[in-house]
Design a protein around this ligand. Structure first.
Ligand code: HEC
Length: 183
């Protein structure tokens, strides 16, 4: 169908101009940006970040938000790369999205240099109670900040990582609770 309404909602201005030009000339627009995988998931994550999940109380993303005490997860405030780029490098065997999921589930697993551990509560427990799907949506939003597409495999990896991060978190907390007897 000519100009079907099945809108890829991230069409570039150039595409839009091409389509308008095509309407004018009666010739269908030929090129369309390939639909971005997981674009909806990323949008859902963005909404969560700035609203229900409360992340923006502590983090800015690029120029968005006004919290300055915690790391900017985009570029700015001393960060030269977004968390999507720096996260991919941070821990050898983790992809960006896996690193980000870990940071959400187990904030003290890897502490950003210059910041103190222990300030972030468990966000998958009350009062925030993020579901696994919400955690993955948030991670997809942040992983997408580097403008690389978030693939279906990334989403699968992110889900798997939640379980691992949770288990490691509980182990670490249990070890901390043990009385420090003899070393
Ligand atoms: C109470 C403040 C606070 C809240 C709320 C908070 N964070 Fe954080 N976050 C921090 C601090 C402080 C750090 C850096 C210290 C650390 O790594 O533990 C951090 C680190 C991170 C990192 C790693 C950054 C890096 O450069 O490696 C990510 C990703 C992250 N947070 C995502 C989130 C998301 C998503 C949410 C919402 C679900 C969230 N945070 C909520 C304070 C917060």
């Amino acid at each position: 169908m000519f100009l079907s309404a099945a809108c890829d909602f991230k069409r570039s201005q150039a595409d839009r101009r091409k389509e308008l030009a095509a309407i004018g000339s009666g010739v269908p627009a030929v090129s369309r940006a390939a639909p971005e995988p997981n674009a909806e998931l990323r949008l859902r994550g963005e909404g969560l970040f700035f609203r229900r999940a409360g992340c923006a109380a502590c983090h800015k993303v690029n120029q968005r938000g006004d919290a300055t005490k915690c790391p900017n997860l985009g570029v700015g405030d001393g960060m030269t790369e977004s968390v999507a780029v720096r996260g991919a490098r941070r821990v050898g065997n983790l992809s960006a999205i896996e690193y980000i999921v870990t940071s959400i589930v187990d904030p003290n697993a890897y502490v950003v240099s210059g910041y103190k551990p222990g300030v972030v509560k468990k966000l998958d427990e009350p009062p925030t109670s993020l579901s696994d799907d919400e955690i993955v949506a948030l991670a997809a939003y942040l992983a997408g900040l580097s403008n690389t597409p978030v693939t279906d495999m990334d989403v699968v990896r992110a889900h798997n990582r939640i379980e691992i991060a949770r288990r490691l978190r509980e182990q670490r907390l249990a070890a901390k609770r043990k009385p420090q007897s003899k070393r």
